[in-house]
Design a protein. Structure first.
Length: 183
């Protein structure tokens, strides 16, 4: 399988807009969130349609070089997304260069090494200090296992992991690592 991670142009933003609700649906199981009364995975009833929900993500295309909306493709077919942020859009200590805001693979592509390859490609494009956060609960064991396994493979296990608290999302498992271009 040919895995590619590429910046998603504004012209193709609609593809990530199609994938994103599936990501939120998966997260609902982890975070124990239900949809609002309109069937949209949002915390309140102000968002009535997926079109309204997708407008929130327009910011990812308004700040090139600061916000990076990546599409993950397998054999030319959209398979997932990765949203990477830099300052001032990251909730991290000042020494962090890149924050992996969102990472998602459609279910068909999971368990095949595609996620690991996508992470490897992503961090190779953007050397520096990274942080990603995930839910630390038992409901999220699969993702926690994925991140530990992937970081062991991609950066030879040179990462830290700690529990922290995010002001809006509560407790998080925080992974930090440095990726340098090898000479």
């Amino acid at each position: 399988m040919n895995v590619v991670v590429e910046l998603c142009s504004k012209k193709h933003k609609f593809i990530l807009n199609n994938i994103y609700p599936l990501y939120l649906h998966d997260l609902s199981e982890v975070w124990m969130h239900k949809s609002n009364r309109y069937g949209v995975f949002e915390e309140d009833d102000h968002t009535r349609t997926l079109t309204e929900q997708n407008r929130v993500f327009d910011i990812w295309w308004k700040h090139p070089g600061v916000l990076f909306p990546y599409m993950i493709k397998v054999d030319g077919i959209p398979a997932g997304l990765a949203f990477v942020a830099t300052r001032p859009y990251i909730p991290c200590p000042p020494f962090i260069d890149y924050y992996l805001n969102e990472f998602f693979l459609l279910r068909y592509y999971r368990g095949r090494g595609i996620g690991e390859e996508a992470v490897r490609l992503l961090i190779e494009m953007m050397p520096g200090h990274w942080e990603l956060q995930t839910n630390p609960t038992d409901r999220n064991e699969r993702a926690i296992h994925f991140w530990r396994k992937t970081l062991r493979a991609c950066i030879k296990g040179n990462y830290t992991e700690e529990l922290g608290c995010h002001p809006e999302d509560g407790e998080k498992l925080i992974f930090r690592f440095i990726h340098k271009i090898e000479q």
